[in-house]
Design a protein around this ligand. Structure first.
Ligand SMILES: NC(=O)c1ccc[n+]([C@@H]2O[C@H](COP(=O)([O-])OP(=O)(O)OC[C@H]3O[C@@H](n4cnc5c(N)ncnc54)[C@H](OP(=O)(O)O)[C@@H]3O)[C@@H](O)[C@H]2O)c1
Length: 345
């Protein structure tokens, strides 16, 4: 495949004009440096973060204008003269924080997020450092692989980044967003038991299909933390994927086991928890903030996805690159189940 001289891309130009700050235009194809790789991107997927960047609600560093979106997957077209990891034709997926290679994240690496500080994936071609990519799992399409960059890796980091999940343990996942559905799938593949919460009966049926062992409707059962604990004979759950924040942390503290881990990933229900943080002592648990994850964990996750033939849950409505703004509106209107995919020609 020959490389053209220009491409279509979505830029976030500003954060004052809502999704009007997203602009679809022609852009150059960056030149490949000696340690870099040119990738033909074939798939992307959206995260809540991508939506709140143009809306001006994202609290972390940005360098605008920037090519939107962190999640992408495609095929290597060209490699720089010193590249050793990749060759033409390899299938690759982007790493969220390009500088986060292994171990704990540091401040410098936290400023290397695709689609925020560095140019992202809503374009036909991208140049990335050879260490900013991982091999796509062979069992996945490029759109499926793209979903691993942010939601997948965040979930894997929650379950394996501090204290690895073990067979027979219990994981509680909140709601049916992308991160929680990955955690459900990863936990089942690990031989763990899953308690899932949702606000919707229709989504409860889908959770059952994905293998959830117990489902609690968190709107009908306001005391779902105690209910979850009851499902473990009173011992409590080992890992909690905490995405609700203000809306859920009180209940999570009721559900967690001694020495269990509550991974704070999002705050969809508000950001001001009223809880007394000292309950961490009486609960003898760890509350841990998680920020996506390093390449080393992403490689482990991709291996597990391939060996266990895990397919990420992708919403049935898939958008084209030209219609990517509609994907933003669709997700903002909460019409999605699982990940929102974008096919890039
Ligand atoms: N820290 C990180 O590195 C990181 C990485 C990725 C994402 N995040 C954050 O994690 C959060 C989840 O991301 P996502 O991509 O999974 O989002 P998403 O796909 O938009 O998740 C939406 C779902 O969350 C559930 N939900 C909403 N409010 C809830 C509440 N109060 N209690 C329980 N569930 C609730 C709902 O499930 P039901 O419809 O079933 O009720 C809803 O459908 C976001 O805040 C995102 O910004 C953080």
């Amino acid at each position: 495949m020959s490389v053209p001289t220009s491409q279509k891309q979505w830029l976030v130009k500003g954060k004052e004009n809502d999704f009007d700050g997203l602009v679809y235009q022609d852009g150059p194809i960056p030149k490949v440096g000696e340690n870099e790789v040119l990738v033909k991107l074939n798939g992307a997927s959206l995260n809540y973060r991508d939506l709140i960047i143009p809306k001006g609600m994202y609290p972390f560093p940005l360098d605008l204008p920037v090519v939107a979106c962190s999640d992408g997957a495609g095929v290597v077209l060209e490699v720089g003269s010193k590249v050793t990891k990749w060759k033409k034709g390899d299938r690759v997926t982007t790493l969220f924080n390009q500088g986060h290679q292994y171990g704990p994240i540091d401040i410098a690496a936290s400023k290397t997020g695709l689609g925020g500080v560095l140019d992202g994936t809503l374009r036909q071609y991208g140049v990335f450092s050879e260490t900013g990519l991982v091999s796509s799992p062979k069992n996945l399409s490029d759109i499926e692989a793209a979903t691993l960059t942010c939601a997948g890796l965040t979930s894997w980091n929650a379950l394996y980044g501090l204290k690895a999940l073990r067979p027979g343990e219990t994981v509680l996942v909140q709601g049916t967003g992308g991160v929680s559905l990955f955690a459900l799938q990863f936990a089942k593949a690990a031989g763990a038991r899953v308690i899932a919460t949702t606000s919707s009966a229709a989504k409860a049926a889908k959770l059952k299909e994905l293998g959830a062992d117990h489902i609690i409707n968190y709107v009908e059962d306001k005391n779902w933390g105690e209910t979850a604990r009851g499902l473990t004979n009173g011992a409590g759950v080992d890992h909690i994927i905490e995405v609700g924040g203000e809306g859920t942390l009180t209940q999570s503290l009721k559900a967690i086991k001694f020495e269990g881990i509550i991974s704070i990933i999002g705050f969809l229900g508000g950001a001001k928890p009223k809880d007394n943080i000292l309950e961490v002592l009486s609960g003898v648990c760890t509350i841990r903030g998680v920020y996506v994850g390093p390449r080393s964990l992403m490689e482990e996750m991709c291996a597990a996805v391939e060996v266990n033939d895990i397919h990420p849950v992708v919403d049935e409505t898939v958008f084209s690159l030209a219609n990517a703004r509609d994907a933003y509106e669709y997700m903002w209107a909460k019409k999605h189940f699982g990940k929102v995919g974008i096919k890039i020609e």
